[in-house]
Design a protein around this ligand. Structure first.
Ligand SMILES: NC(=O)c1ccc[n+]([C@@H]2O[C@H](COP(=O)([O-])OP(=O)(O)OC[C@H]3O[C@@H](n4cnc5c(N)ncnc54)[C@H](OP(=O)(O)O)[C@@H]3O)[C@@H](O)[C@H]2O)c1
Length: 341
């Protein structure tokens, strides 16, 4: 198999590290690999397949010779450098929000809309959706295909790793301080203290009262599903380390007979693992999903006051399926690669 030259921008971050680990874990046929981060990381290295690779900073021409570049350094870096990677001949898979709602750019979850991916050899930006959106649409897909959909509502319970390395550090430090009796009044990372607390705001709040994470889920879900359906989201940061959970209400267009029928339908969905009512464990938690690839679903039940509406609990690793794994699966489809195992 021909080798693929890969760049990882944001290689020292939470998503970038997961990209690097997954490239090895999945046996991605990497030729040359180049790691990029900020000036602050110059002089550092990252180990890939036992070799120490120096960290570079992005500069003009730095992507020449690369076939594929993963971006996970934030919106500003992607806006500036992803088009340059494409101009240098690479496919740019972007984890930031910079291009997601651009009508010219494909926003892809391979289980759903891989048909939008560019062929290999045609450099382009491909946007990776928001972490909470990815796990939601993977769980919705088999139900929508079989029963149709009228509306979706979702409330999220999102771990601190969704805010990157700083979020993880903040949970450890603030929890330690709180246990030592030093309660924090504010947080440098979150809108309110995160130790022993839930914060009903992720990102900035707009004029309608929605925060940016909620707007991303609502808009991206419609774009990926290619359906102008009502989607309503309420996002909450919780003091768990990794993986996001979502309580989801889906109103179907056609009737379903029982919760078992819905569970069976979900169990046939790509990338999904169903924990069924009455089995053990009866439902997934953040700890079930953290470090694992599937999107887990449990607690499936009918709304007693609205027979067309079904409730379910959807959990996935935000750094894996919510970010790096989805990005690598995009690349595997484009370059026609079978993952190991
Ligand atoms: N965390 C998640 O669950 C998640 C999920 C989906 C999407 N995303 C998106 O992925 C991106 C990265 O998130 P993260 O959680 O990995 O953040 P993070 O842990 O804070 O990592 C940020 C990375 O960006 C690098 N960086 C900062 N300034 C840079 C510059 N001027 N040039 C090049 N690199 C620079 C950092 O390098 P230094 O080490 O040198 O500072 C670090 O490698 C964000 O756009 C985020 O929205 C995150």
């Amino acid at each position: 198999m021909s080798r693929i030259n890969v760049g990882v921008v944001g290689a020292t971050g939470a998503v970038g590290e997961t990209f690097t680990n997954l490239l090895e874990e999945r046996g991605f046929p990497v030729g040359e690999i180049r790691f990029f981060a900020s000036q602050a990381s110059l002089g550092r290295t990252r180990v890939f397949k036992g070799r120490e690779i120096p960290i570079r900073v992005p500069e003009d021409g730095c992507f020449k010779g690369l076939d594929l570049v993963f971006f996970s350094s934030g919106d500003g870096i992607s806006r500036e450098w992803a088009p340059k990677a494409v101009a240098d001949g690479a496919i740019a898979v972007d984890n930031s929000a910079a291009f997601r709602m651009n009508p010219e750019v494909a926003l892809v979850v391979p289980e759903i809309n891989a048909d939008l991916l560019p062929p290999k050899g045609r450099p382009a930006i491909v946007a990776n959706p928001n972490c909470s959106t990815i796990q939601l649409v993977v769980a919705l897909k088999p139900l929508i295909e079989r029963y149709g959909v009228q509306a979706v509502r979702v409330a999220s319970y999102q771990s601190v790793s969704g805010a990157g390395r700083d979020g993880i550090e903040e949970l450890f430090n603030s929890t330690r301080q709180a246990l030592e009796g030093e309660e924090q009044e504010t947080s440098a990372v979150f809108p309110a203290p995160i130790a022993f607390n839930c914060v009903p705001q992720i990102g900035s709040i707009d004029d309608q009262g929605f925060c940016s994470e909620e707007v991303k889920i609502m808009n991206e879900t419609r774009k990926i599903l290619r359906r102008e359906i009502p989607v309503s989201a309420f996002t909450v940061r919780v003091p768990t380390l990794n993986a996001h959970a979502e309580a989801v209400w889906i109103t179907l267009s056609k009737p379903a007979g029982s919760a078992k029928e819905i569970e069976d339908c979900l169990a046939g969905g790509e990338g999904l693992q169903v924990l069924r009512h009455g089995q053990r464990p009866a439902y997934p938690t953040q700890k079930t999903a953290s470090g694992r690839d599937p999107v887990y679903v449990g607690r499936v039940r009918r709304d007693p006051d609205d027979s067309g509406t079904w409730l379910m609990w959807v959990v996935a690793d935000n750094l894996r399926k919510g970010a790096a794994l989805n990005g690598i699966q995009i690349a595997e489809r484009i370059f026609d690669i079978q993952p190991r195992g």
